[in-house]
Design a protein around this ligand. Sequence first.
Ligand SMILES: *[C@@H]1O[C@H](CO)[C@@H](O)[C@H](O)[C@H]1NC(C)=O
Ligand SMILES: *[C@@H]1O[C@H](CO)[C@@H](O)[C@H](O)[C@H]1NC(C)=O
Ligand SMILES: *[C@@H]1O[C@H](CO)[C@@H](O)[C@H](O)[C@H]1NC(C)=O
Ligand SMILES: *[C@@H]1O[C@H](CO)[C@@H](O)[C@H](O)[C@H]1NC(C)=O
Length: 566
Amino acid sequence: MGDKNHLLYVVTIHAILALLHFIVSDAVETLARAGGRQERWQLLRNNTGVVTMHMALTHENTVIIFDQTEAGPSQYRLHQRYNGRRCSTRSRADLKDGACYAHSVEYYIHGNNLRPLRFVSDPWCSSGSFLSNGTLLQVGGHGRGSQRIRYFRPCRDHLCNCSNRRGHCRVIDGMLRIYYCLNMIELLLLVEGMLIVTNLYLNYIPRTDLLIFLFCMTLMTRMVAETTSTLSFIFLLMVTSSSSPTVTPSFFNYQRNRVVKTFPRIPGGGFRNYPSSGSLVILPLDHQDRFQKVEVMVCGGATSGAYEAAARGRFLPALSSCGRMVITGNNHIWKMENMPRPRTMHDMLILPTGHILIINGARRGCAGWQNAATPLLRPYLYNPKKSRGQRFTVLKATRIARMYHSSALLLPDGRVLVAGGNPYNTYTFSNVAYPTELRLQAFVPDYMDRQFNDLRPGNVTVEYEGHSSGVAYGTAFTIHFWLGRRPSKDVEYSVYAPPFTTHSISMNQRLLKLRCRHTTRDGGGLMSAVLEAPSSPNVAPPGYYLLTVVNNGIPSLSQWVRFIPA
Ligand SMILES: *[C@@H]1O[C@H](CO)[C@@H](O)[C@H](O)[C@H]1NC(C)=O
Ligand SMILES: *[C@@H]1O[C@H](CO)[C@@H](O)[C@H](O)[C@H]1NC(C)=O
Ligand SMILES: *[C@@H]1O[C@H](CO)[C@@H](O)[C@H](O)[C@H]1NC(C)=O
Ligand SMILES: *[C@@H]1O[C@H](CO)[C@@H](O)[C@H](O)[C@H]1NC(C)=O
């Protein structure tokens, strides 16, 4: 064979192999679908007005959504600017003025409606977390916004008025004492990691000394991320020295100011952190080991060189591998397995059942403007308790691509809110492969199906002692719920910390399975269960959690419960 013929031959064989692979892997997905599951997709709104780059669920059952403020006109026009000056629909300048548009909204789950929120400075690519009183702390952003720390105090529908006369609710904007705070997307992830091993209360974050410390950590993390892009993942990460060219995932004890231990790097090549954008969760924590076993799971990401290739218009296949590692104890080994497909820019959420939902994202490329292709429309469900090879189920496809700057969030009613997507720096709707996406959806897992309603615990209420505003650590507390039939042997009680979600990372997300001391049931089906609160804030930082009763795999609607120091 001549060289040319040989080349043709090789190319043809490759094309056939690729086609075969495609057919076989599609068959695998179809097989995995068998079994009559009833999950659904709902279109909630055609237009949220702003891109859902960041979102967070408040304990008043609203969702805070925000984009960058510098994207120019959004699809949510305001009648006036925040300084009160009118926005004319006749003036061309006003039509193009970003100040005549909202860049953040608050979404009311029950009413399925929105109101605009005001951001004074740009929160693009920022981090956030809830304080113990339910106030959202949101830090950093872009430009002037990178030096900002912001609070948002959620309030019940129509019960509170916005702080601004004109009815635009304002996110309270404060100034960080320290300068040079770049984008602080990693900030709370570090806190998260430290929370596992140290004694840090989220309340302490605003303290300047800690901020400076965290800031330094963040800066180091970023510098290394940008120069070598080798961070296996961030929330366990500590850079042993800022000049070190390599990064080892480690635990850092901020009180003793030193690294406590280091972990092996995750195998599988490629990279996991932004812009490779794998995702990660802490698998459910369990009272049975007194919450002492902490296991993390990292899935997907981008292959080495994906960012550079995307700049040349080539979108390399993402990573399909997932790694699980127990980070407590002394035996740290990554256990690897593969998702049904390669995936990047996905979100990983812990469902009330303790299963992990992998949703959104793409099959090729990485994060960044127009850096990815081939959206993955099917979520995966991962059951950590099953044996390897049996853990993934491929779920029903949506029709809406969720690419860069999309996000997902668990709602108190067990659905998953899915929103956003914008691979462009402005709102772009035509002549592009993946236009700005403003449709708001809910993914409704099969456990919500009506056929399970007779198993579903109803009307969950939490009893607080006396005038207390919460449940103290390590104490017993009582909940009530209704169950028309005898409970199955397998009733679980879980509490879930609502995350702040952006860029494939659900900061501070965790689920704890609580111990039940005993239950009673009256003739009418009213159940009472005495549960044990987590033993300390090291296990569950103080604040609001979603409490769910799961009967034989079917969850109740969740109720908020607040854990407070005694
Ligand atoms: C979205 O728009 C489509 C087409 O105009 C319409 O049929 C549908 O009812 C709308 N859905 C919602 C939730 O507004
Ligand atoms: C919650 O705590 C923060 C920080 O201490 C404070 O600024 C805010 O006003 C508090 N919110 C409420 C509702 O008490
Ligand atoms: C909110 O504003 C309305 C109308 O301005 C007023 O009647 C109501 O009392 C206010 N509510 C609160 C809680 O301040
Ligand atoms: C449960 O709550 C619903 C409203 O959410 C109410 O209609 C129903 O009567 C309650 N059931 C019981 C047994 O309390």
